[in-house]
Design a protein around this ligand. Structure first.
Ligand code: SME
Length: 171
């Protein structure tokens, strides 16, 4: 009887520990449950000096609505699907990596300093497009495979935890 008790006491904490470790590793350290979009934007802006404007647009019907951003204010707070690089990404259902924005017809200028732009779609768990991360750089071709991977990881973390709430509540 004493041995049984001892085994139970020793086993439970080990199982709890394993569960907690695995749960923690599934949430990135930048992720703030109360302000997920803000924390994602702040994290990305801190990742590279080439990321001069970082923002999240939330898809509401056929309109992208600007959420949190870091960088110069933009007049493009609402963008229709199919318009600009941002709207084209949604219309094509694919991420857009534009090494030279001056060579793109369908580009909405946020800042005259912007040379390249990366748009990564955010998809909810059922794979619907719910928004996007938009990053502008003052450098030509600022976004290589490493930058794409970084931004896609953040978009994935947001999408996995996306809830059907108004953009204003997301932080
Ligand atoms: N350049 C984007 C508009 C958003 S600003 O870059 C912040 C576009 O062409 O859709």
């Amino acid at each position: 009887m004493r041995i049984e008790t001892s085994r139970t006491v020793e086993t439970d904490p080990v199982e709890d520990h394993a569960f907690n470790d695995s749960a923690a590793s599934m949430t990135p350290d930048w992720y703030d449950v109360d302000q997920p979009l803000r924390s994602a934007v702040a994290h990305l802006a801190s990742c590279s000096s080439k990321f001069n404007w970082v923002g999240v647009y939330v898809l509401n019907g056929s309109t992208l609505e600007l959420g949190p951003y870091i960088g110069a204010p933009t007049e493009h707070t609402r963008i229709e699907v199919g318009v600009g690089v941002c709207g084209t990404a949604v219309a094509r259902n694919e991420d857009m990596n534009v090494p030279d924005v001056t060579a793109t017809d369908n580009y909405l200028a946020c800042s005259l300093e912007t040379k390249s732009e990366l748009v990564v779609l955010i998809r909810s768990q059922d794979r619907r497009i719910v928004g996007q991360i938009d990053i502008d750089s003052h450098e030509h071709a600022a976004f290589g495979p490493e930058e794409e991977r970084l931004v896609r990881d953040v978009a994935e973390a947001l999408g996995e935890r996306w809830l059907e709430e108004p953009a204003a509540d997301r932080g």
